[in-house]
Design a protein around this ligand. Structure first.
Ligand SMILES: [Zn+2]
Length: 476
């Protein structure tokens, strides 16, 4: 996993901006041409030897028809091949899912299919073997006990499934960015400002870009265009610093008011609730208004087509909406990010217990959050948790069974819906009192070591187990 550091520039003057745009456009057209050409399955084997393809192009004297310098088209080629690889790999994940579920294939047939899709953890994918799916070359090894016909059938099935999943091939529609390697830029400081001088289409020429903030830069960078501000953002990918794992176990209960509450009772980022609500309200409000406008447009469509067109252009345009949404989204993302930072830094955990995020939907519903928002929230939390686990060397135990986690008393074990009253937990048997979310986090943490209650234990069975334990404890 890599980390992207973004560094923005000051607005550029017209001349510099024009040169940057020109470079980005040529780069985009070249990348697009490579995508179209090498997107064909007959070139699939090149994905395991990207460098070789580049050398072959150099050997035949390739020059960019869009005016890129040699280093620039090589980067555009790499960029295109990585885009293709990502698309294929994403499709493989999806195809494997379908294979698991597919009941019409025998075990032997599935085995052969998985063998064709196999990817070695250390050496990566064998793209030549993968390519055989599409070229119908009959690749096989001694482990495969399937006759020729069966193998052909499996390949046909895979071809069909990939075609369905891949859909449209990736293209570059808009010139948004270009990549530069270490030889194509120079970083320097003057006064208190950092500058980057970037190569353009003209050999020897560099555009000097004043930056905001300071970062050490090396290796390949991506220059991303920000047309609204006539500025750029320099994206630097680097391997993040990995911290050794701590010794503690922690539990978190995800919320919609704060990002989460831990088993010690700390509420992480109480500012989150307001940001989330604002985003949700905005989206709900917008979609309601848009619904009304669409109805209005339909009404005018026959009477006054020009007016209908104006409504479409001025009020139903997507651009403004997306920009506003982005602002709300990044505010929530920031809060989530900060919450995880605080948790990992303060607790130094070895493992973190968490619930299956599907439960968030219940909490969100009670606050009237839009469905879109809660889905978004689930994804971003999952992504952040995985990334922070990686950086802080924390093991992921998988989600814990959250059944009755907010009704079970962490002290005596009594389970009762009435133990919880809004935000307060008070045990009806022993009187143990704590914040309700903290109790949930404590119980999730306890379930890390529960051998009877796994994430697959049915809801009702969990209650039976818990109560049985309670009575057993009372009897002793
Ligand atoms: Zn109790």
């Amino acid at each position: 996993m890599r980390q992207t550091i973004k560094q923005k520039s000051l607005p550029l003057n017209r001349d510099k901006w024009a040169k940057i745009v020109q470079t980005a456009e040529a780069y985009a057209r070249q990348k697009d041409a490579f995508l179209v050409k090498y997107g064909h399955v007959k070139y699939l084997h090149h994905l395991s030897a990207k460098r070789k393809l580049r050398d072959e192009l150099v050997a035949v004297g390739f020059t960019s028809p869009f005016g890129l310098q040699a280093r620039q088209w090589k980067l555009a080629l790499d960029d295109a091949l990585f885009t293709l690889e990502r698309q294929w790999e994403a499709a493989v994940v999806e195809v494997k899912e379908r294979l698991y579920r597919h009941e019409g294939l025998s075990d032997e047939e599935k085995h052969y299919a998985f063998w064709l899709l196999y990817r070695d953890k250390k050496h990566g994918r064998d793209w030549e073997r993968f390519q055989a799916i599409f070229t119908n070359e009959d690749m096989v090894n001694e482990e495969i006990n399937l006759d020729t016909e069966g193998r052909a059938r499996v390949r046909k099935y895979l071809q069909r499934t990939f075609r369905r999943i891949l859909g449209k091939r990736p293209r570059v529609k808009k010139a948004c960015s270009f990549v530069v390697d270490q030889q194509m830029y120079r970083v320097f400081t003057a006064g208190k400002r950092q500058y980057i001088a970037v190569a353009t289409l003209t050999p020897g020429e560099r555009v000097v870009i004043p930056l905001t903030g300071m970062h050490a830069m090396q290796g390949n960078l991506r220059v991303v265009l920000l047309p609204d501000e006539q500025a750029v953002e320099v994206h630097l990918n680097r391997e993040p610093r990995i911290h050794p794992s701590g010794g503690e176990e922690a539990g978190i209960d995800l919320g919609v008011t704060e990002v989460f509450t831990d088993d010690a009772g700390k509420k992480y980022r109480p500012e989150y609730g307001e940001a989330l609500q604002e985003m949700s309200d905005h989206i709900l409000d917008k979609s309601r208004k848009r619904g009304k406008l669409w109805a209005l447009r339909r009404k005018f469509l026959e009477q006054d087509p020009n007016k209908a067109w104006r409504i479409l252009r001025r009020n139903l345009g997507l651009i403004k909406q997306t920009k506003r949404n982005k602002r709300y989204r990044s505010r929530c993302e920031n809060e989530i990010n900060r919450a995880f930072n605080e948790l990992y830094k303060e607790r130094r955990p070895r493992v973190i217990a968490y619930e299956n995020l599907a439960h968030l939907r219940g909490k969100a519903k009670s606050k009237g959050l839009s469905r879109k928002v809660s889905g978004w929230q689930r994804n971003i939390i999952k992504e952040r948790r995985e990334y922070k686990n990686y950086i802080y060397s924390v093991t992921d135990p998988g989600p814990q069974n959250a059944a009755y986690s907010s009704q079970e008393c962490p002290q005596c074990g009594w389970v009762d819906a009435r133990n919880r009253n809004g935000d307060i937990f008070k045990c009806r048997q022993c009187g143990f009192t704590a914040d309700a979310d903290q109790v949930a986090a404590m119980n999730l943490k306890k379930r890390l070591h529960d051998e009877e209650i796994t994430r697959y234990t049915p809801y009702k069975k969990v209650k039976a187990i818990l109560l049985q334990r309670y009575y057993l404890k009372q009897a002793n």
